[in-house]
Design a protein around this ligand. Structure first.
Ligand SMILES: Cc1cc2nc3c(=O)[nH]c(=O)nc-3n(C[C@H](O)[C@H](O)[C@H](O)COP(=O)(O)OP(=O)(O)OC[C@H]3O[C@@H](n4cnc5c(N)ncnc54)[C@H](O)[C@@H]3O)c2cc1C
Length: 654
């Protein structure tokens, strides 16, 4: 039963889909999106920040009317029934994916030498050809275009297998499908584009995604590669360069993001970024450099130069100016591949540590009997369990088209990549000197070739590409603040007429008079009778803590007003709390499902309970930091350092 203290449905709908208080477009030309128009005051920002933000806002689709499980945590609404009972893969879907997944598992084990790939920096062409023949490059592409037509969950399970074995192959397969040609075309392509390109990329040609440039990494607004329309409008002429394009060296076709001529929107010039499909063998396309990295030594990543490349208009994806929207929407789902691969890698690392902790005897007992090592292994186990719960819950929700999941996928990406890095780091510690030694060297002196150092090197990049951890936090925080920005953002927006701002004062006063007191009322998680008692308390804790989170966020808004967006460290604590709440909730739901499937109740509960307890300690730590921290001092210190002060810190080094 829902608590009677919950707001009525109508009010909830208002809170999750409040209409922005602010200007409505009355001018001619293209109307500016409400979210960008009135909720954020960009007038006092630097030109670079304003342009970056305006472009991001213009490319952002408003959140689904009723938000999602994770987005609603920020407004104190705990919709556990959206994720409970656990949305598991159906038997039918599992059976559909099984033949391919079995084939992939056996193939990796028998025919892919991951250490050799790492050592030589090359993936044997035979491996690539065999994976194409198996359908591994077209897992989600519908069968009518030559793909396997499998679900997101099955694709995630393939990524998990790959991630547990070889990160180079994972990157090849994943960059091709999750951000390369297949995903954007499935989402935005015309039927003609699908017919021309999907069969090629499903069965014979690798694809890549080219967005990054020297001056455009996290900030695509800085892009300089141009695509100018020809006089007759039938094509675009592309000039410029792209950096760090994964798969480029092997690719037949690219998705390229380019600047197209600016548009006038509400009397102001707005930058336009447009997405194009470009064949690598077209005149003027030149691969000029292969980049090499700390890990992913066999990544086919490089620099590509475009000189007067003629791109026919029919190769534009979506409309002119919608390139960033294509990229963001593609990544909203595409982002799930990395966490799925992280689940695979983390399971492998846990298995390595489990065996070694039982086998290696020091100071008279196996090292797993020492508390210091046991603590690390327990932390890994709890985290692996939660990572799988979150990632595959979200994947199943994608398959069931269960609403707007951008927050869930971003949380999975951020949490899984950071947690996997910690797991790899701890695995190296558990393995001691052997963790630091290469697999080849271990084998050379007669020990088992366990590649922990390779896994560590390979997984570091996951926190940087496809949205760095910092950008994920900004992205999640932006969505978290959305309901509040819509209600109250206009108050602080000096670009709006006074009457609009005054109107916003009244409407937000009315809104918060209802919403705020409710954030102090106790509530439970609703219908959780079937949940084992030890988990019930964690779910109820998550429900109550989402209200505490909502209050904290509201107090921060009251304190910092429009300057809150600068308080990135404070916001990141709120994002951290919500992410842990999502992880706790997904874990409890998953645990109940596993028990219902006949898995050992005792084993499942000990994993889930351990995870929830450690997540709650992290939440306590985040909350403590919202009221007591050294953020401002730290910021000032860095500004001094950037200005050249504290020379003592540069003394005595080479
Ligand atoms: C191995 C590898 C593969 C890649 N593959 C591809 C690919 O296939 N296609 C492609 O287009 N790109 C690719 N990239 C590029 C990758 O996506 C970028 O490296 C990433 O977007 C970050 O950009 P940057 O490296 O320029 O860092 P920057 O944007 O310069 O950022 C540097 C640091 O500042 C932080 N930062 C930046 N802006 C903010 C902000 N507003 N607030 C707080 N912190 C901020 C970042 O998080 C980061 O920690 C790849 C990169 C590598 C190394």
């Amino acid at each position: 039963m829902k608590s009677p203290l919950e707001a009525p449905e109508k009010q909830i709908a208002e809170e999750t889909s409040v209409k922005p208080a602010g200007r409505t477009d009355s001018s001619g030309g293209e109307a500016e999106k409400p979210a960008a128009a009135s909720v954020i005051d960009t007038s006092k920002m630097s030109k670079g920040k304003r342009e970056a933000l305006e472009l991001a806002e213009a490319s952002r689709d408003p959140l689904d009317d009723r938000g999602s499980f994770a987005s609603n945590l920020f407004i104190g609404r705990y919709d556990f029934e959206r994720i409970y009972p656990y949305l598991a893969q159906t038997d039918e879907d599992r059976a559909k994916g099984e033949p391919f997944l079995n084939e992939l598992r056996n193939y990796l084990r028998e025919h892919v030498d991951a250490d050799e790939i790492d050592r030589t920096g090359e993936i044997p062409q035979k491996n690539i050809d065999d994976l194409f023949a198996m359908g591994a490059f077209g897992v989600k592409i519908p069968t009518q275009y030559g793909g396997l037509g499998l679900s997101q969950v099955n694709y995630g399970r393939a990524a998990m297998l790959l991630g547990s074995w070889d990160a180079n192959l994972t990157a090849l397969v994943s960059a091709h499908q999750s951000i390369g040609v297949p995903q954007p075309l499935l989402l935005f392509g015309t039927e003609d584009q699908k017919q021309r390109y999907l069969p090629r990329v499903a069965r014979k040609e690798i694809s890549a995604f080219a967005l990054t440039e020297w001056n455009a990494g996290s900030d695509p607004a800085n892009m300089s590669l141009r695509a100018d329309p020809t006089e007759d409008g039938s094509a675009f002429i592309m000039n410029g360069e792209k950096l760090w394009c994964t798969n480029l060296i092997k690719a037949g076709v690219l998705v390229v993001m380019a600047k197209t001529p600016p548009k006038i929107v509400n009397g102001k010039e707005r930058k336009q970024i447009t997405a194009f499909i470009v064949d690598v063998d077209w005149p003027g396309v030149e691969i000029t450099y292969r980049c090499r990295f700390m890990g992913l030594r066999a990544l086919y990543n490089g620099i590509v130069k475009f000189t007067n490349v003629r791109v026919p208009r029919e190769n534009m994806i979506a409309k002119e100016g919608q390139g960033l929207k294509v990229a963001l929407t593609t990544l909203n789902t595409g982002r799930l591949t990395i966490p799925a691969a992280c689940v695979g890698l983390s399971k492998r690392l846990l298995e390595i540590c489990r065996k070694w902790s039982a086998e290696r005897v020091q100071w008279g007992v196996p090292i797993g009997k020492h508390y210091a090592i046991a603590g690390k292994v327990a932390e890994m186990a709890g985290n692996v369990f939660a990572m799988e719960a979150m990632t595959f819950l979200t994947s199943a929700m994608v398959d069931r088209k269960a609403g707007d999941l951008r927050i869930e996928t971003a949380m999975c990406k951020m949490w899984a990549t950071e947690t996997t890095w910690r797991i790899a780091d701890e695995a190296m510690q558990v393995r001691g000197g052997r963790g630091y030694e290469t697999a080849e060297s271990l084998a050379g002196r007669g020990e088992e070739a366990i590649p922990v150092e390779r896994f560590l090197r390979d997984c570091r990049i996951n926190m940087i590409f496809e949205g760095s951890s910092e950008i994920m936090r900004l992205f999640i925080a932006r969505e978290a603040l959305d309901p509040h920005l819509k209600v109250g953002g206009a108050i602080f927006n000096t670009t709006l007429p006074k009457s609009d701002r005054l109107k916003a004062v009244f409407s937000s006063g009315k809104f918060y008079a209802g919403w705020y007191p409710r954030q102090w009322l106790p509530n439970g998680a609703g219908k959780i009778d079937n949940l084992p008692a030890p988990l019930r308390k964690h779910v109820n804790y998550a429900a109550a803590t989402s209200k505490k989170l909502a209050r904290g966020l509201f107090h921060a808004m009251a304190r910092f007003g429009p300057k809150l967006d600068r308080e990135q460290l404070l916001l990141s604590r709120f994002v951290g709390i919500a992410t842990e709440l999502f992880a706790i909730s997904a874990t409890c739901s998953y645990a109940q499902w596993l028990i219902a499937q006949g898995k050992s109740r005792e084993e499942v509960l000990s994993l889930a309970e351990y995870f929830c307890r450690s997540a709650r300690m992290r939440i306590d730590h985040h909350f403590a930091g919202t009221s007591r921290n050294a953020d401002k001092r730290g910021y000032d210190l860095t500004q001094d350092l950037l200005a050249g002060k504290h020379a003592v810190l540069r003394d005595g080094i080479v």
